[in-house]
Design a protein around this ligand. Structure first.
Ligand SMILES: NC(=O)c1ccc[n+]([C@@H]2O[C@H](COP(=O)([O-])OP(=O)(O)OC[C@H]3O[C@@H](n4cnc5c(N)ncnc54)[C@H](OP(=O)(O)O)[C@@H]3O)[C@@H](O)[C@H]2O)c1
Length: 282
């Protein structure tokens, strides 16, 4: 049984869809917090089991028969280390043959404020004795394309990443990578640094948006604090605004750049291009 946690999340749904191309549905378990959200997965023959990171008994029940477990990192920032430990412990009890975790690009040295929770989780995975594969995912391109409608409406794209290059890829690219590792018949790497094939600056993103929309949308680089305040001003919750501005500031120093091409090698095709991502968003 291949167990996928967070299977009703945006990445989790794409992982299940990708796995279904190579793996019989009956061999896939969607481990989800709320089974009602997974009715569509059950309809495709996927086994749906309740698995709440805050409820160890639910994890034990969900992991029965686990050969491989994918832990998709939780979105409950600040709670992630105990939640992830609970999942690792349950995978140990279930004697899973492979444990896969979605970490962050260069988690061991990353300056992103998100990185420490991933570092701690990686350490717990290593200490567990499980055979593991750490998928150190770079940025989702959707983190940026999701804001393009707003940029068009305001006539400018704001950010704090300066000239930093961002090797982003689509969620679907990272999902295919997770599915490739989970469905591999042979050995897999303990660590993959995964990122998009082509890095871009936010000025290049703004230029592509301008080209495709026919409207001039310049990039306005702001100091981190000002960008954070701007995000709060447009209605983002303060912690999220802080996180996004922090990520941009780290990106300015290269934290989200990578030219290893491990992601496209793993999935056997190029990752999404900036032009295609902007086109899809528009
Ligand atoms: N690389 C990037 O750019 C980037 C950007 C954003 C996030 N991330 C990380 O990547 C992860 C996956 O991304 P995503 O876009 O799929 O995020 P998402 O749509 O927010 O999915 C997060 C998943 O975590 C599940 N979850 C949260 N708390 C849980 C709990 N207590 N027990 C069980 N499940 C729980 C959610 O369950 P429900 O479906 O029930 O809500 C959801 O399925 C995120 O959680 C975050 O750690 C990465």
């Amino acid at each position: 049984m291949i167990i996928v946690t967070g299977a009703t999340g945006q990445l989790g749904r794409l992982v299940i869809a990708s796995l279904l191309k190579t793996t019989p549905a009956a061999h896939i378990v969607a481990a989800v917090r709320d089974v009602a959200k997974a009715a569509d997965l059950a309809a495709q023959g996927v086994q749906v089991r309740r698995a709440d990171y805050d409820d160890a008994a639910s994890l034990d029940a969900a992991f029965v028969g686990a050969t491989k477990v994918l832990l998709i990192s939780s979105n409950e920032l600040g709670q992630r280390v105990p939640q992830h430990r609970a999942v690792i412990d349950a995978a140990v009890r279930a004697k899973a043959g492979l444990f896969v975790y979605t970490s962050v690009l260069r988690a061991d040295s990353s300056e992103l404020s998100l990185a420490p929770e991933h570092r701690e989780t990686e350490a717990a995975v290593r200490a567990s004795g499980l055979t593991y594969s750490l998928l150190r995912n770079g940025w989702y391109i959707e983190n940026y394309t999701g804001g393009l409608a707003g940029a068009l409406a305001h006539g400018a794209l704001a950010g704090a990443a300066g000239e930093g290059r961002i090797a982003a890829a689509a969620r679907a690219d990272y999902a295919d990578a997770a599915a490739a590792v989970l469905s591999s018949k042979g050995p897999v790497e303990p660590v993959y640094e995964l990122a998009g094939d082509t890095a871009f600056t936010l000025a290049e993103l703004a230029a592509e948006l301008s080209r495709q929309s026919g409207k001039q949308v310049p990039f306005h680089n702001l100091p981190q604090k000002e960008y954070q305040e701007m995000l709060v001003g447009v209605g983002l919750p303060a912690p999220l605004a802080e996180l996004i501005a922090d990520s941009d500031a780290a990106a300015a120093k290269g934290a989200l750049d990578d030219d290893g091409h491990a992601l496209s090698k793993l999935i056997g095709r190029p990752t999404i291009t900036l032009a295609d991502a902007v086109k899809a968003a528009l």
